[in-house]
Design a protein around this ligand. Sequence first.
Ligand code: ADP
Ligand code: MG
Length: 328
Amino acid sequence: MTDAFVEVRQLRCHFKNGNNLLSAVDGINLSIAPGEVLGLVGESGSGKSTLGRIIAGLQPRSAGQLLIDGEEMPNQYSRRQFRTMATNVQMVFQDSYASLNPRMTILASLQEPLWSLGIAGQAAKDKAAYWLDRVGLPPSAGERYPHELSGGQRQRIGIARAFIAEPKLVICDEPVSALDVSVQAQIINLLQELQREHNTAMLFIAHDLAVVRFLATRTAVMYLGEIVEIGPTDRVFESPRHPYTARLLAAHLDGNPRDRVLRVAAPTKTAVNRAPLATDSGCRFAPRCHIAEPACFNTPPWLQPSRVDTEAACHRIVYIEILKARGS
Ligand code: ADP
Ligand code: MG
């Protein structure tokens, strides 16, 4: 795809885990178009943060390609490429406290990303003052230190820092998970406003499916380092094709399954309690899947188009589509 702002090809990231290698990201292909909001969901440990950090240039990859605006980025950047990344790709973290220097005033923290791009002096101060106001904080907050702000206010600063250099892509990794429920919606609204105002592409990683459904135009579902389903958000949520997506949604819709097929693909006690089997040669989800058949344990599935514009990596996709068509 030539019009993608970000593209990853066959991306892999392994970590040493004792004598074994743990594949946190295992062969992911993905692209994000300019201005697009891609949601990324999946249970804890599925590799979402690792993927986000690789795209942000904060984590080296073991294999595969990362293209930013068509340019292939090596693990070790040249100075120019470092600048390209700093200008174009920014990240908002779950823990805004950890990403702020405790000894810097808020106003200085806001200017920091600009300093590294060679913007200093009054120009940087003016921009910082503008962004302080833009994210809803009073000028007096600029003189404060991170510990003097509330979690919500700190996250507003984290967001201002991410947007201040007007990047083309902002990666948000669980940006509201650590916040009180009462402030989560305000922060989500702020992110959406800024995204629209600046037409920023976004990779939005979240546990909370409702938030992803609200923000994302496209949604990808990760399971153990792989994308198992991807497509337009409404389709993924209304017509999940992969049994894992269905299960993820069923867990959220607990007691209120609007789609009967969703219930068909929901977990049964036997499936959940079945002992994990070695499936290195097959579908990673097969040991937990209630519709797995022998082939699922032998052959890895690949992303296949479904009838609702999504793609799902499931050998049983035809079976699922027949069930859906029957409305059973
Ligand atoms: P998620 O964000 O979906 O919860 P992560 O990307 O944080 O998943 O982690 C994916 C897997 O990689 C997990 O098993 C995690 O323990 C492992 N992992 C992540 N970062 C490291 C690291 N720096 N060293 C070793 N293992 C890691
Ligand atoms: Mg994570």
